[in-house]
Design a protein around this ligand. Structure first.
Ligand code: LRH
Ligand code: MN
Length: 388
């Protein structure tokens, strides 16, 4: 039987990082539907993140994206975060929106473009120095659209060169976490398409380089929890970008499309020490709220991750191991399904109350009046978005 006190302690100690871009306008290539009350700058994005943390108690970190969140003084932004009770987390680079990056950035055939892209990554490390962030989060849109367009091995050489230059720049307590993605915006090759490619580059780079698993970046039918278990065993799982999808990189709310998959992932995380802060796994959301209210959507997503985590922590590991070693296929599966089929909402409500919070974060947010306040305050100016 799971130790309930230990389960509750782990749940109140959970830390989920929310994405600054999740608070801004976003959409698809067909339309971006702006919403009233959306932040106009990184300071207002931090305020929205603080509202999520106030309601949930487990979301004190906000990841930034450069240049979307570029400000003249990142120290001042970090101090503003502190004053709101949150902290700046991972710094995301962006080498996918500049005109020069049409056929690549760090993998581009032109050394001048590669230099520009690498300098941007180095600038992001400067930002980390100013914000006190641990992680440089790297995702490259780099790839090709047609066979023969460029040399696959040549592009890997260029990627490795840029990564090793940036790796050498990292401070003692800093890391780089390398995200992979099967396709889009490139549709023939993607230079970091899968966990194996990211893992291989991270192995070569060294202990400060780890893999990011974005749950929306796999081919349909991929067993993501296998990848998670493998990377945890190797000590190379750096971070998650949680979201969910029905088809491709839909970036829907975590746990919305496939709560059972999120549970299976968190089960591998929980049983392999991934929840232990010493393991250094960052749990981030990477989502876009194209049609739904953004702050409630992020609160709901944090709750979905909490529920999947609670169910994973309730797995009776002794019974599971006993059934597994006995080759009791149905017995072992039943142990996991018992945990998954457990309604953990009363347990989480209790944990929140013991943390001095409302048992229902969404009701707490509604009661805070924050939504009406930002509607009234945020008139005029330019709403934040991807600027794509
Ligand atoms: C790429 C990605 C990456 C971010 C972007 C916002 O699809 O998952 O993590 O840079 O979304
Ligand atoms: Mn991502």
């Amino acid at each position: 039987m799971a130790d309930l006190a230990a389960v509750k302690a782990a749940l109140s100690a959970q830390r989920i990082e929310t994405p600054s871009w999740g608070y801004g306008n976003s959409g698809t290539r067909f339309r971006v539907f702006p919403q009233q009350g959306v932040p106009r700058d990184p300071f207002e994005k931090l305020a929205d993140a603080a509202a999520v943390h106030a309601a949930t108690g487990v979301a004190p970190l906000v990841s930034l994206h450069i240049p979307w969140d570029r400000v003249p003084d990142f120290g001042k932004l970090a101090a503003h975060a502190e004053s709101l009770g949150v902290r700046i987390g991972a710094i995301n680079s962006n080498t996918f929106q500049d005109e020069d990056y049409r056929i690549g950035s760090v993998c581009h055939p032109d050394p001048a473009v590669r230099r520009k892209a690498t300098d941007h990554l180095l600038e992001c490390v400067d930002v980390m120095d100013a914000t006190g962030s641990r992680d440089l989060k790297l995702w490259f849109a780099d790839g090709t659209n047609y066979p023969g367009q460029d040399d696959i091995v040549g592009r890997q050489d260029r990627l490795a060169e840029a990564l090793s230059e940036v790796y050498a720049r990292l401070g003692e307590h800093q890391r780089m976490v390398l995200e992979y993605k099967l396709f889009e915006p490139a549709f023939y090759t993607t230079d970091v398409p899968d966990w194996g490619t990211s893992y291989a580059h991270c192995l070569k780079l060294g202990p400060k380089a780890k893999v990011v698993v974005d749950t929306g970046h796999h081919a349909p039918g991929t067993n993501i929890e296998f990848i998670v278990a493998f990377l945890l065993r190797e000590g190379k799982l750096g971070a998650f970008d949680f979201n969910s999808r029905f088809y491709a990189d839909d970036d829907l709310m975590a746990g919305a499309a496939d709560p059972f998959q999120l549970f299976r992932i968190l089960h591998e995380v929980a049983k392999n020490g991934g929840l232990d802060p010493a393991h250094g796994v960052a749990f981030m959301l990477d989502q876009c709220h194209n049609i739904e209210a953004k702050i409630p959507a992020i609160i709901r997503s944090v709750m979905n991750v909490q529920e999947a985590t609670a169910k994973a922590l309730l797995v009776d590991l002794d019974a599971l191991r006993a059934a597994q070693s006995a080759g009791d296929v149905l017995g072992a599966n039943a142990v996991l399904m018992d945990a998954y089929n457990t309604d953990v909402r009363p347990l989480l409500a209790e944990v929140r109350e013991e943390m001095g919070l409302s048992p229902d974060p969404l009701a707490a947010y509604r009661a805070s009046g924050y939504a009406d306040q930002i509607l009234a305050d945020r008139v005029g100016g330019t709403q934040a978005g991807w600027g794509a």
